[in-house]
Structures are given as C-alpha cells and as structure tokens.
Design a protein around this ligand. Structure first.
Ligand code: JCF
Length: 681
C-alpha cells in the first residue's frame, strides 16, 4: 500500500467509526462540525486520487447511477418466513409440539428462548467478504430476492466494512447478515409531511415507506430516505463459531451492526409471555412499527434438530399483535363543523373490527387530502387505527371500485346552518363564517367549559347542545346569565342537577384570566400561548391594545399567532362578548401572586419540562399552567435541554426519546412534589 492509500484507509475507518457511534450507538464522540471536516478531507483526497476510491468509502453512501431493473439473487440458504400465533394458547401449543420433538434427555425445562419485537419492514440479507459489504438482497419470496446492493449501501447504520470499531472482533472470511430494513415512525411521519407539502406521494405506513424506498432503481433517491436496519440473524458464517441465537446477536452487535436493544433472553416461558404482553401494550412507545414479537429457541443444535416445515421453522414463531389496519366499505362521506367554523369530512363505514375495536366512522382529514387520494362513496378503503387516535381512512382500493362511481364533491354550504361554505385565504380547509351557526356555538361552549379552559363540572356537550337548541345560550357568555327555572325547563334537569350546574358555573368565575383567554378559542391560543400572553399583557384591555409588533416581541409568539390575535380583537362581535363576560364577573385580568403563593411560584424556576400522554387529573394545559405558575417552562419537544419529562398514560415517542437521552421522568404526583415538596402531607 502506498502512503496515500494508507492515509485514505485510516481516514475511512475513522469516519466509518464515527458514523457507527452516531447512527448505531446513538452516542457520537465528535461534533457534526468535526465530522464534516473529516468528510471534507476525505472528499478532497479522493478527488485528487479518483482511482483510489473504494466501495467502503463513506463518500459512496450517496447512491449510484440508476439501474434498468434489479438483478435476481438466489439465496444460498432460503430466507424462511414464520408461523403465527395470535394468543397465549397458540404459544402453549407451539411449545407442546416442540416438546414432543425434543431429542432424548432434553426437556422443556432446558429450553432457552430469545424474544424480540418483530419489526414491520422489509427483510434483507447482506453478504460481507473479508469484512467488505459485497451484496445486499431483499428476501423476495424467500428463495429468490432482488439485488439492492447500491440501495443498502446508502443506509446509514449499515456498515460498509466490518468490524466497525477498532475493538471489535476480526471480520470473518464470509458472513451473511439478515435483518429488517425499516423507517422509524418519527421519520416516517416527517417524511410524509414533506411529501404532502411537495404534493408528492405519501405512504400508508412505515412498512410501505421502507419497501418503496429500498426498491428504488435510483439509489440516490434511497439515500435521501430515512432508512435504518436492525440485524437479527446470521444466515451463514465462515471463520467464526456461533452456537446460539443470543451469541449471534452479541456477535452481530460486536461487529458493528445495529441490534434491537429490546431483546429478551430467558429460560422462563412465562417471562416470554409477559414480555410479549408488555410490548403489545407499549407498542406505541416503540420508535419503530412492530407487528408482533418473534420467539426463537436459543440453541442452534436444537434449532437444527427441530427443523423446518414448509417454509417456516419449527424453532421460531411470530406472536402477532392485533391488526391496526383493515379494509371495509365506505358508505358515505359526511361533514362536521368545528368550533372555528372549519368544515371537515369524515366517513361512515361498514362496521369493521380493527384490533378488537369496532370502527364505524373514520376521519378523512380535509377536502384537499380527500381529493388527492380520490376517495369516493362506495369505495372499499383501508382504515387505520393507531393507538388512541381517531381512526383514519388511508386510501381507496382502486381495483375494487364499483363501476360508475363519481369523485366526491365538497359541500358548497355549511351542513349545520346552510350558509355558504368558503375558503379563507390560502387555507386548505372550508369554513362556515356564519357567526350564528348553531354547530359552531355548541363546539364553542364545549371548548369554553372544558377541563383545559373554564373547567365547569357537569357541563358536557349534551348540555351545550340542549342550551343552544332551546335558544337559552347564543354565545358563551350567556351561560353566566342562566337561571334555575331555565335549566329546569330542559329535559333531564331536576332540582339537584340544576343547582349543581349553577354552582359549577358560579365557581368558574374564580378561574384565572389565563383560563378565560384559553376558553375564547382564539386560533393558536392554547395553554402555552395563553401563558405567554398573560405574562406580557396581564389584562384583556392590554391584550386588546397590543399591536402585531407588540405581540411578536414576546418570545414564543410568531407572526401567525400574532395575526390571529389581532384579527380576533378586530371583530365587533368578539368585543361585545368580552364586555358581556366582564359583566358576568369573569376574570379579565391576571391577579399578581402575593405572599406565600409568590414564594412558592419560583420553585421550578430555570427548569424546562415536556408533558406527554394522558395525566390522571390534569389536562395538558393545566399541567403547563402549573409549571408556569411555579416559574418553570413547558415546551413541546424533548431535547438535551429538557430537564424533566412529565409522562401520563399512553405516552409515546417522547417518552422513548426521553429515556434514550436519560432525562428523568415524572408522573403528575412527581411534578407536584417537585414544585411544592413542603406541602406534601
Ligand atoms: O423483525 C422481524 N421482522 C423478524 C423477522 C425478526 C426475526 O428474528 C425473524 C424474522 C423472520 C424470520 N426471524 C426469522 C427466522
């Protein structure tokens, strides 16, 4: 090797190691700036010596010339699929079948298991010769796959040369590494958003996005997609001895492959089942989509002994999670009017069971999205129900579209009041701008009395609906002028219910100004923004006087929010509403904390919090307000600057991220204790 070749080899090894620290271990050793300097140096040297560019160079991860088509690859060892289990009984049956086939002297009690979340991506096999990645193939039908080497090379956590780190074991003469290429959920959502903004194709789920990205003939496109890979098996290896699945995973990890950190190795079958159920419940917290878990017998000799039937090994099984998607018939497209007058479409569906829940209706997002996807009444559609969010119509299945179907036409009038529906500026949505629209009023009342705003107990949407229908409430301030007799005139109201509601309404007058501000439902003014506003403009009058520039001068208030506030105060109906609320005795100015309250209010000073999930008693806005009142700050996204994550039920990716960053996690009680440890009884 010439000096320059040595220098290039060292530089590549150094950069590949830093890529590994960053993308595989999530633990970079150097700054982005330092990394860029190394890359620039490498690019410069390679430009001077183009004949010395090697396939393992990190400069080669950007993609190559487009292909005409993919070459077929026959897998030297078939890539099997997996048998499925759907419940614990299926698992018990699997174990019983194995028990009968065990060799002399081995009992179920001797068995060890390896359990891993089953990534919903695309299976691939990577071949390394003397440490160099020479081929990447898709699973295909298990016997024959496609040569996607150029595409696989662009995946950041796929080593181009092993071992990746200086203290790894030496590379074996030849190894085939198997694993799953996937798109992390957060990247998938971001990617789809970008596609939407560019009016380009969006993917139905991370699996399709990963498959679509990896099977690009132009690997430069693949290079721009946020793909990653987890390795879970060794197809074959020459020059190393591996006896168990656990050893295989440890070996892969040591060579520099990303191995799923959420893997369990145990001899206890009950623990296997517990692990499966834990992940089934927490699947929304995983940073990747998993469609089940994979359970394997650890010992390779036993695997060999148990063998394969058809194309599924007896020594492994997939315990599938309940589905999140189903197809069903879309009966009709209807519309709803929201608090701001926004008209949104939704679908009435032929009832379908998705993951144990019967789904009858699903969101259609907005009219633009609906038109782009060309979803029609009568279509068979894919419906998705992910976690606790409203079910959504993903796409129509065009092959099943009935003859003579017509594209959907958005309404020209408000479905509630019949006034014309309009498009405001460059908004994608349709609006009903009739201030007297009854549907809007009901939604406004619902929002005003909700937990995050005035928090009026016993005041649900049904009561709001009744009051609006009866004409007793024509704007939100009217609720403060309701009489006992008026309430008693409503169906379902007896003395006690009327008195309770009146008392709750009266009590809400004690809510701080901030809550009133939230309750007005000014666009973009939720808990966080209301807190910022009240600090800067402690009364309704001060806020009303504020100009666009005054508002934008407040940290955290951008032009969009400022404009929305200025516009709101321009409307005479809104000014009349404020006057009426004032007459009702609702707080239109902030009360300065004094004495003990003021002292206590600084206990969270300098701390930054992120709130996620559903807290047991507080809404997210209430928790935000609590933090602010104690001098702390609540932000939306988890970063190294976050001091604490406050997590409730169904916390998702923010919890995972906080755990990854080692950020302490509090529950609601923990937050209270942190703010006021003295008041704990
Ligand atoms: O994560 C997966 N999708 C996955 C698929 C994980 C595994 O350990 C697998 C697999 C398919 C077959 N193992 C086999 C044998």
């Amino acid at each position: 090797m010439s000096d320059i070749q040595k220098k290039l080899a060292n530089l590549r090894a150094e950069i590949n190691y830093h890529l590994y620290r960053y993308h595989t271990l999530d633990d970079p050793l150097i700054s982005d700036f330092e990394y860029d300097q190394l890359m620039n140096e490498l690019r410069r040297l390679e430009a001077e010596h183009p004949d010395l560019v090697t396939p393992d160079s990190p400069t080669q991860r950007v993609g190559a010339e487009p292909l005409e088509g993919f070459e077929k690859i026959i897998h030297p060892i078939p890539m099997t699929s997996l048998g499925n289990a759907f419940n614990d009984q299926d698992m018990a049956n699997w174990l019983t079948r194995i028990e009968r086939l065990l060799p002399e002297g081995v009992t179920v009690a001797d068995l060890e298991f390896v359990v891993e979340p089953k990534i919903d991506g695309l299976a691939v096999a990577l071949t390394y010769e003397n440490g160099l990645l020479i081929q990447g193939a898709t699973r295909g039908n298990g016997i024959e796959g496609e040569n996607v080497t150029a595409n696989v090379r662009t995946i950041k956590n796929v080593p181009l040369r092993i071992p990746t780190s200086p203290n790894g074991p030496p590379a074996p003469a030849r190894i085939e590494v198997r694993g799953e290429v996937y798109m992390p959920v957060a990247d998938f959502e971001k990617f789809n958003q970008q596609q939407l903004a560019k009016e380009k194709k969006v993917f139905a789920n991370p699996r399709n996005a990963a498959a679509g990205s990896l099977r690009q003939l132009d690997s430069k496109i693949t290079a721009r997609r946020p793909l990653a890979m987890f390795s879970y098996a060794v197809g074959y290896v020459e020059g190393a001895e591996i006896r168990t699945q656990k050893e295989a995973l440890d070996y892969l990890s040591a060579l520099g492959f990303a191995v799923n950190p959420d893997i369990l190795h145990t001899g206890d079958f009950q623990e296997v089942l517990n692990f499966i159920h834990t992940w089934m419940e927490r699947r929304n917290q995983l940073p990747y989509d998993a469609d089940g878990t994979v359970v394997k017998i650890n010992n390779f000799n036993l695997q060999q002994h148990l063998g394969v039937v058809g194309n599924a090994p007896r020594w492994a099984i997939a315990y599938k999670f309940p589905a999140r998607e189903a197809t069903t018939k879309l009966w009709e497209i209807k519309t709803n009017v929201g608090r701001t007058g926004q008209i949104t479409p939704y679908a009435n569906l032929e009832p379908v069971n998705i993951g144990g829940v019967t789904v009858r209706q699903a969101s259609l997002h907005n009219f633009d999205d609906l038109a782009k996807k060309d979803i029609r009444e009568g279509d068979t559609v894919v419906v998705k129900r992910a976690g606790d969010v409203i079910p959504q119509v993903v796409k129509p299945i065009l092959d099943l579209r009935p003859a003579g179907s017509q594209p959907y036409q958005p309404p020209t009038r408000c479905p509630a009041c019949g006034e014309p529906a309009v498009r405001l500026g460059d908004e994608v949505a349709l609006f009903c701008i009739n201030a007297a629209c009854p549907a809007q009023l009901v939604r406004q009342i619902e929002y005003f009395v909700s937990r995050g705003a005035m928090d009026i107990d016993g005041f649900g949407i049904r009561v709001g609906d009744q009051l609006a229908q009866a004409g007793l409430v024509t704007d939100i301030a009217d609720i403060y002028f309701l009489t006992r007799d008026q309430l008693l005139s409503l169906e379902g109201f007896a003395d006690k219910k009327a008195d309770n509601l009146l008392a709750a309404i009266e009590a809400s007058k004690q809510q701080p100004f901030e809550r009133v501000l939230i309750g007005l439902g000014i666009r973009y003014v939720g808990g966080t923004v209301a807190g910022l506003l009240v600090d800067a403009f402690p009364s309704m009058e001060a806020l009303q006087q504020a100009t666009q520039a005054d508002l934008e001068a407040v940290e955290g208030i951008g032009p969009r929010i400022a404009e929305s506030i200025v516009e709101w105060f321009k409307r005479p109906a809104n000014l009349a509403l404020i006057k009426k609320l004032g007459r009702a005795g609702v707080a239109l100015a902030a009360v300065q904390p004094s004495g003990k309250a003021a002292e206590r209010s600084q206990s969270l000073a300098g701390l930054t919090f992120v709130i996620t999930g559903v807290l047991p008693t507080w809404s997210r806005d209430q928790a935000t307000e609590f933090i602010r009142q104690h001098g702390g700050k609540a932000t939306g996204s988890v970063s190294a600057q976050t001091d604490y994550l406050v997590a409730g039920e169904k916390a998702g990716s923010k919890l995972t991220k906080a755990q990854a960053l080692g950020i302490p996690i509090l529950d609601e009680t923990g937050l209270r204790d942190l703010a006021a440890p003295m008041t704990k009884t």
